[in-house]
Ligand binder design. Structure first.
Ligand code: C2E
Ligand code: MG
Ligand code: MG
Ligand code: MG
Length: 274
């Protein structure tokens, strides 16, 4: 079954170029793990009150042999569709735990987990195993989910979230405010952290009343006892405004772009320890 060439011997003449490109990407992706073409970059989050970094988000990078760097936005959805996200996601979790063990002990690591990973039965076992073999304490691991995970909200999804919580793993709601019913999802599970989508951060300085939504979400987080992180903070003006509106943390190019773990030490050194 691994003989990709055999599988795609018969090209229908009407198959359009896009379909072919997609199949090629799919074949390449099936081999990318074994060929070690994936890498994790990390982007730190800053705690506004203490001025210390609290953790980093792991963001996957694919160094394609011919295409160069492929954005996760271009291959994660396909990986989801064909089920490859399960082994890829497992690699992400294991690598992120190992890397975080080399960081200062107060720094946590956040991994993005997509709907198909949540639906597979392996997620909790994978996390337990990754924590055990790396030695990372569960409280230093954070799982980021988007609305997509809760979209087909069922017993199993919630059960998985609660199992993670029982382990001591923290759970964040990513891209908050972009979906259809973000508010109702906050009701279904007591998230530790709300990550405010960067489109709202953009609006801060570009739209009249742009700060209203950020202020509302920050207030919501405060009442619910959740950390509120503003994503995509690029300017110090944005950071000032976000602080005023009551968010607890920021993440964005202003602090650092996502970078390899080897380069983090330099960033860590320029902030006070928590
Ligand atoms: P996300 O989880 O919402 O991650 C934040 C995205 O915003 C990242 O894009 C990051 O590089 C980008 N970003 C951070 N700060 C700034 C900023 O100041 N300005 C701008 N313009 N962008 C900023 P990236 O790395 O391309 O990842 C895109 C999405 O791909 C992620 O969105 C996440 O949904 C998904 N993704 C990335 N890595 C993984 C992974 O390991 N597993 C899964 N399932 N999904 C992943
Ligand atoms: Mg994320
Ligand atoms: Mg996000
Ligand atoms: Mg996103």
């Amino acid at each position: 079954k691994l003989d990709g060439r055999g599988t795609y011997r018969f090209f229908e003449p009407e198959m359009d170029a896009r379909m072919q490109a997609r199949r090629k990407l799919e074949l390449d992706m099936r081999q990318a793990l074994a060929r070690r073409e994936f890498q994790l970059h990390y982007q730190p989050q800053l705690q506004l009150q203490s001025g210390a970094l609290s953790g980093c988000e792991a963001l996957i990078r694919w160094h394609h042999p011919e295409r160069g760097l492929v954005s996760p936005l271009d291959f994660i959805p396909l990986a989801e569709e064909i089920g490859l996200i399960v082994p890829i996601g497992e690699w992400v979790i294991r690598q992120a735990c190992r890397d975080a063990m080399t960081w200062p002990a107060h720094m946590s690591v956040a991994v993005n987990v997509s709907p198909a990973q949540f639906k597979s039965d392996r997620l909790v076992e994978t996390i337990i195993s990754a924590l055990a073999s790396s030695g990372l304490p569960a409280r230093r691991l954070e799982v980021e989910i988007t609305e997509g995970v809760l979209l087909q909200e069922n017993e199993k999804t919630l059960q998985t979230l609660h199992r993670l919580r029982e382990l001591g793993v923290r759970v964040s709601m990513d891209d908050f405010g972009t979906g259809y019913s973000s508010l109702s999802y906050l009701r279904s599970f007591p998230f530790d952290k709300i990550k405010i989508d960067r489109s709202f951060v953009k609006d801060l300085t570009s739209k009249p009343d742009g700060e209203a939504i950020i202020r509302a979400i920050a207030g919501l987080g405060k009442s619910l006892g959740m950390t509120t992180v503003a994503e995509g903070v690029e300017t110090s003006e944005q950071m000032q405004r976000i602080r005023l509106e009551g968010c607890t943390d920021v993440q964005g190019y202003l602090i650092s772009k996502p970078i390899p773990t080897e380069d983090l030490a330099q960033v860590f050194a320029s902030y006070p320890q928590a």
